[in-house]
Design a protein around this ligand. Structure first.
Ligand SMILES: Nc1ncnc2c1ncn2[C@@H]1O[C@H](COP(=O)(O)OP(=O)(O)OP(=O)(O)O)[C@@H](O)[C@H]1O
Ligand SMILES: [Mg+2]
Length: 157
């Protein structure tokens, strides 16, 4: 099972919140999906899962990264304003991807390097009637399989 359908923004947050139970310090999540797909909603859910107020979560307005602190640190990267595809190293993201917190990256498709550096990739597709298809993949099987096991329990739709 690598797919879930979300019917509402709350569903998407619930999925993010559940995912945090599968994540350890140093894990990373990449989010891919068009404008308004629900990437930030998913980040709000991740934040809630680690004890951060969802209202703190807004896309970084200066620089690329916001940092929030709850039970763990959450680094929130948004690459929307990048004009060109960039290397993970050039952007200085290597340390965040394998750092002292959890790192989530909106517009991860703007990264040039091997996306396998990211533990869990979530592709969000807009479906009719506010629904979203969330497709999960990953090559770090420890983090990814833990996530899938949790998501399986959420196969409510
Ligand atoms: N099932 C759903 N899941 C997530 N968001 C939904 C859903 N249905 C409707 N929405 C709405 O879609 C919008 C998603 O906005 P959000 O900021 O999360 O998108 P985004 O992918 O981060 O966009 P951007 O590329 O601009 O950063 C919100 O207004 C939210 O209320
Ligand atoms: Mg966003």
């Amino acid at each position: 099972m690598t797919r879930l359908v979300s019917q509402t923004p709350e569903d998407t947050k619930t999925i993010g919140k559940a995912l945090t139970k599968a994540l350890s310090t140093g894990n990373s999540i990449g989010l891919i999906g068009e404008l308004g797909a629900g990437k930030t909603q998913l980040v709000k859910g991740l934040a809630m899962g680690i004890g951060i107020d969802e209202d703190e979560v807004t896309s970084p307005s200066f620089g690329l990264i916001n940092e929030y602190t709850g039970d763990k640190k959450l680094y929130h990267v948004d690459l929307y304003r990048l004009d060109t595809i960039e290397d993970i190293e050039t952007l200085g993201l290597t340390d965040y991807l394998d750092g002292d917190g959890i790192c989530v990256i909106e517009w991860a498709d703007r990264l040039a390097n091997d996306l396998s550096l990211i533990d869990i990739l979530v592709r969000i597709e807009i479906l009719p009637d506010n629904r979203r298809m969330l497709e999960f993949s990953g090559e770090n099987l420890t983090a990814f399989e833990r996530a899938l096991n949790l998501l399986k329990e959420m196969a409510w739709r």
